[in-house]
Design a protein around this ligand. Structure first.
Ligand code: GRF
Length: 214
């Protein structure tokens, strides 16, 4: 069984979805860059192996990333799933785990990279928003797309209602993508995310919740 680690910085709802999906692998650790996160407490309460690599204890991003990578490898982590991990990773870290490092981002990339994606989507007036699971490459939020899920943007939406609608889809597609990654059904090849079964991304992609489209 492949060993994976999940990196978090906060509430950890995507981490919970990944754990509850019983992925075809062994969780070698839930690692947080903050000691006091709700996600870490949730994982510890379920006897999952947890660790803290506190970024504030390191003088530079490079030294933090090196310690984080060492912690992952000490645990035998082969795959790294970023789940609300709020640190930008250095090129050296990204290259070390190339093809084995994925992230979930709360927008339909390449639209709205970075922070505050739901506010940006509302400000732009888009009718469709969503989330993206992608391989991580050195450029922020720009790696090859594994899968996306789309939701409608409703006239009555606030940042909170839109975020909740997207998050529900994150909790579905991230475990599906992680499962495919661990089973070798999806991989990074020549700068693209390649699915062995090419029908799969299409069947995962469009998720307009019943009763919410109009
Ligand atoms: C999610 O919206 C995820 O897409 C983004 O950060 C948020 C983390 O939420 N990268 P949670 O900690 O998984 O609940």
């Amino acid at each position: 069984m492949k060993r994976y680690v999940i990196l978090i910085s906060g509430r950890g709802s995507n981490m919970q979805a990944l754990i509850e999906a019983r992925l075809p692998g062994v969780c070698a650790g839930v690692i947080s860059n903050r000691p006091d996160t709700a996600g870490l407490a949730w994982a510890a309460a379920r006897s999952l192996p947890t660790a803290v690599v506190d970024h504030r204890a390191f003088p530079s991003r490079a030294s933090f990333d090196a310690a984080l990578a060492d912690e992952i490898e000490r645990r035998g982590g082969e795959f790294v799933l970023l789940a609300g991990f709020m640190r930008v990773l250095t090129e050296s870290f990204v290259r070390r785990f190339s093809g084995r490092l994925v992230n979930i981002h709360p927008s339909l990339l390449p639209a709205f990279p970075g922070l505050h994606t739901h506010a940006a989507a509302l400000a732009a007036g888009v009718r469709v928003h969503g989330c993206t699971v992608h391989f991580v490459t050195p450029a922020l939020d720009s790696g090859p797309i594994i899968v996306q899920a789309a939701v409608p943007v409703l006239p009555s939406d606030t940042v909170e209602t839109l975020a909740a609608r997207v998050l529900a889809q994150e909790h579905i597609v991230y475990p599906q993508a992680a499962c495919a990654l661990l089973e070798g059904r999806c991989l990074l090849a020549q700068g693209r995310a390649v699915w062995c079964d090419e029908a799969t991304p299409a069947t995962l992609a469009l998720r307009v919740p019943a009763g919410q489209a109009h």
